[in-house]
Design a protein around this ligand. Structure first.
Ligand code: ZN
Length: 132
């Protein structure tokens, strides 16, 4: 008998009010990048995002956004980060992948509307994102 491994289907569910907060935060930070920590739950590959945290000691500029991970308290509800790309595409840069935190990385590109947000895994592969 051949054991067939069930395919691990990942998806990201983003609460509508959290999306609104992300978009207004990124608009406010423009033309610099904005960065926020995503809070939520992960179950069977489904990542549900239901809150945001402003990272301590964050540093942002037009082409970078980061914060020292060592300052973060260990918190199982941190599922990833979201940051904005004020110019260019919503694809993760090499630096983004090096600084990957958590399970998912959301990237918002200008002009920061409902269609400007994308989810990525640590390998730079896109993850389906639904607004709930
Ligand atoms: Zn980036």
């Amino acid at each position: 008998m051949i054991f067939k491994k069930k395919k691990f289907e990942r998806k990201v569910l983003l609460q509508n009010d959290v999306l609104d907060s992300i978009l207004s935060y990124c608009q406010m930070k423009h033309p610099n990048e904005g960065i926020l920590i995503l809070k939520g739950k992960s179950k069977h590959g489904e990542i549900k995002i239901d809150g945001l945290v402003i990272p301590p000691f964050s540093e942002t500029g037009p082409t970078f956004a980061g914060f020292p991970h060592s300052f973060l308290p260990f918190d199982m509800s941190y599922v990833g980060i979201v940051h904005s790309h004020p110019s260019g595409s919503a694809e993760p840069s090499v630096t983004d992948l090096h600084n990957f935190f958590g399970l998912v990385s959301l990237i918002v590109q200008s002009p920061y509307d409902d269609e400007s947000i994308f989810a990525w895994d640590s390998g730079g592969n896109s993850i389906p994102l639904s607004i709930v």
